[in-house]
Ligand binder design. Structure first.
Ligand code: HEC
Ligand code: HEC
Length: 239
């Protein structure tokens, strides 16, 4: 064997040794702490919210296509049991999916509790919903009364027939109503959409907060504008 080949062997085996010992510090190799967690092991609120909710409810809970969760009035009228139930089971007939593993979703009960607790911690404010109508209805609304309620509290912005005013779009649009439950309409009317400049129950008219019955009536009026449902299906409220 020539001296030169000896050198070659020595070099390549020392490079191999170097390579092996350097394996853990190769550039670009993630550190142990950077390894992605198993999805069920994620316990960070922001990560859970951003991964699972922000797509529909918006980053920071606002400006999404679905109801803005960053709403202290809403969080004041809804309790943890209801929030947990909605997130775990979803809302039938709408785009709100079930998240609990037991209902076919991908989140553990613990993760759902972290999301509910985190929303409250970030966005709830003591006293924000004082005097507000309750989240649950106290009986069916009357669509005929609702026509009057609409004229009093809503027509100034949404137009006499709800088909849209100067700025807001139509709220009697069939595809919007078909995909939105009565309960969600109720939440919008009571808690508003602060992100979009929508008033809450006490701010439609100065000094004249909406009563629980007026909320139920205007929701019944909106519901009466829905396209007919196929037989057997329903737009039932959940409460
Ligand atoms: C001060 C103006 C104003 C008043 C009064 C008002 N709204 Fe709105 N409304 C808005 C704006 C702004 C939006 C959001 C923009 C859009 O949807 O085009 C909106 C959107 C909505 C939506 C759709 C919400 C969503 O998440 O897409 C519903 C439903 C609605 N309003 C119902 C009502 C009802 C019922 C009343 C009366 C009780 C009412 N609004 C009174 C301004 C108003
Ligand atoms: C694919 C879109 C989508 C995703 C993803 C989604 N939501 Fe929803 N969510 C909706 C829609 C649409 C509604 C309104 C349902 C209805 O009409 O009752 C809703 C309703 C809700 C409500 C009830 C509002 C009310 O009417 O009282 C809560 C609370 C809620 N979502 C929380 C969450 C949380 C927390 C997550 C993430 C874990 C999430 N959502 C993910 C679309 C979505």
């Amino acid at each position: 064997m020539s001296a030169r080949r000896h050198w070659g062997l020595a070099l390549s085996s020392s490079m191999l040794a170097l390579g092996l010992s350097a394996c853990n510090s190769l550039p670009g190799r993630p550190a142990r702490a950077d390894y992605p967690l198993r999805p069920s092991a994620v316990t960070n609120y922001s990560e859970l919210y951003n991964e699972n909710c922000a797509g529909c409810h918006g980053v920071d809970g606002k400006f999404g296509a679905a109801f803005a969760l960053n709403n202290p009035v809403y969080l004041g009228i809804v309790d943890d049991k209801r929030l947990t139930n909605i997130v775990a089971r979803g809302v039938d007939g709408t785009a709100m999916p079930p998240f609990a593993a037991s209902a076919g979703g991908a989140l553990t009960d613990e993760q759902i509790a972290i999301i509910v607790g985190g929303m409250r911690k970030q966005w709830a404010r003591d006293g924000a919903a004082e005097g507000a109508p309750s989240y649950a209805t106290n009986g069916p609304g009357d669509p005929a009364q609702g026509t009057k309620v609409f004229a009093t509290f809503c027509a100034s912005c949404h137009g006499a027939d709800g088909k849209g005013g100067a700025a807001p779009g139509s709220i009697v649009n069939g595809s919007f109503l078909a995909l939105t439950s009565d309960q969600d309409l109720r939440a919008i009317v009571i808690a508003g959409r602060p992100d979009l400049g929508h008033p809450d129950w006490k701010d439609y008219l100065a000094g004249e907060p909406m009563t629980a019955q007026q909320v139920s009536d205007v929701v019944a009026w909106l519901a009466s504008k829905r396209p007919a449902m196929p037989r057997g299906a329903s737009y039932a409220q959940r409460n």
